[in-house]
Write a protein that binds this ligand. Structure first.
Ligand code: HEM
Ligand code: HEM
Length: 183
């Protein structure tokens, strides 16, 4: 286990990248599957994939937030100006909120709308929200606005990460890069 002064723990690093690999396709499939004119069979398959992988993201998000609450992030470089520190804290905080809000609002939208989540139904797990069109519509709106917000934040997040990795080369990348890499 790494100490928090030199980087994120192996668990935090692994979860960061596993979730990144899952969330990008979730965004692409989500935006594509709501388009008009897709063949019905393709659209149905995309919905099934989106809902069920989304539940995996929900479980991973809960685990990741629990890990984060138990262990503080490594301190930021002392040379970072105050406004950049605030930007890092705000954007990471918002990303944490959104990786929970996105799958949660998706779950509520589907369950309150009375639709299946195939893997959970197969496992016999109960529906945790009441059937309600008002609730389903509110969750749908949150899910849609959240999707644009997380997509925009990720553009900034990746741009900042690439700037640190390729231009500044200040060790930020090594803090989060998977544990297989030896620094
Ligand atoms: C869905 C995709 C992603 C999400 C939700 C996400 C979220 C996060 C969050 C919340 C943190 C802060 C961790 C903490 O303080 O506990 C973080 C750190 C980091 N992420 Fe991402 N990330 C994603 C994808 C990426 C990608 C694609 C890159 C690189 C191209 C990247 C590079 C980094 C780096 C370098 C850090 C460490 C920053 C630091 O130590 O201050 N992330 N990410
Ligand atoms: C990280 C997780 C998730 C991401 C990034 C994500 C992303 C998206 C995106 C981008 C859309 C299209 C939004 C629009 O323009 O209308 C969408 C729609 C949708 N998502 Fe998700 N989603 C996630 C999790 C879930 C989960 C867990 C479920 C259900 C179990 C779900 C169910 C839906 C449904 C039903 C729609 C269509 C909404 C409608 O038009 O009625 N999503 N999602």
């Amino acid at each position: 286990m790494r100490d928090s002064a030199s980087g994120y723990s192996n668990g935090q690093r692994s979860l960061h990248w596993i979730m990144a690999i899952l969330i990008f396709p979730m965004l692409v499939v989500g935006f594509v599957m709501v388009q008009q004119g897709l063949p019905r069979a393709v659209q149905n398959s995309m919905f099934v994939l989106h809902k069920n992988i989304g539940v995996v993201v929900l479980i991973l998000a809960a685990l990741r937030i629990a890990l984060r609450l138990r262990r503080s992030p490594p301190p930021l470089s002392a040379s970072l100006p105050a406004w950049q520190r605030r930007a890092v804290h705000a954007s990471h905080g918002l990303l944490y909120v959104l990786i929970l809000v996105m799958p949660l609002s998706g779950y509520i939208r589907v369950r309150a709308g009375g639709f299946p989540i195939e893997a959970l139904d197969r496992l016999g797990l109960p529906t945790l929200v009441p059937r309600s069109d008002a609730l389903a519509n509110a969750a749908k709106l949150i899910h849609e606005v959240g999707a644009y917000a997380i997509a925009a934040l990720l553009v900034l997040h990746i741009a900042a990460a690439l700037q640190h990795a390729l231009i500044l080369r200040d060790g930020t990348w090594a803090r989060i890069w998977p544990p297989v890499t030896r620094r």
